[in-house]
Design a protein around this ligand. Sequence first.
Ligand code: AMP
Length: 300
Amino acid sequence: MLVTDDLRHAEAWADRARRAGLSLGFVPTMGALHAGHFSLIERARRECDRVAVSIFVNPLQFGPGEDLDRYPRTLEADLAGSRAAGADLVFTPRDRGEGGIYSPGFGTTVEVADLSAPLCGERRPGHFRGVATVVAVLLGIFRPHRAYFGQKDFQQARVIERMAADLRLGARIVIAPTVREPDGLAMSSRNRYLSGEERVQAAAIPAALREVEAAFRAGETRASRLKEMAAARLRSASGLRLDYAEVLDARTLKPVPDDRVDRAPEGAVLAVAAFIGKTRLIDNSWLRAAAPAGRRPPIL
Ligand code: AMP
């Protein structure tokens, strides 16, 4: 496995693979890798001839007062885990300066309208602009056939999908299922911030999602009711402060037609964010009719 912080080296490696007729898979990350990230690398390994991973804590997607300075950095373990998961190249670029992601004179930002507006977009102004911009640069460097994202960050995946389609970047965006801890908590680099007690309290988030999923399966299709159910559960959970709970059309991230989840062609996403102490966690559940036997659901 190659490891490089050199942008031109990464570009040349990807060019060579493409010219040799090999398919290229790409998994962008911010490091502090866990089983969720590794599941993306393993999937890329299964589906592509060459697999590149990037590890870059992107300052552009952090707001003032957010956790940029204390974001966990575990490079040695990340490299070992990436190798074990089947990566061929890990790209660990610098931020600024010659050969950095934001090279001198860098003057472009990418803004994906509408999909960036609700949920985390509303709470973290500029966040998705930062995400879309860095992913556009990374897709420009690797020009992969497929790029892999986790459903854990559902809105992010939709924003990237739109950007890749609009700008005709040529990468197929794959959205892979959320990997969870045994108690259901979605794996996240930010789970490392939680104290022992907070970690126990965090289990209320997946518990709320499971409860709403059960109500949906039992026939409740009113988005407002499902949303209220999640909000009530999270408001009453000890140690949690609800940031948002929303049920939105899973394709457009707008309200579902007539408040009816079953009227949205791709179902709805129940998206939640909550603070536990200073740590903000997000999670979601995709509420949709079961795929007919033998057919896979749209993008998993
Ligand atoms: P991050 O390092 O947090 O920027 O995440 C890098 C990629 O890994 C993103 O596409 C995330 O959605 C994905 N990811 C993070 N956590 C999980 C998880 N628990 N399951 C699946 N994918 C994940």
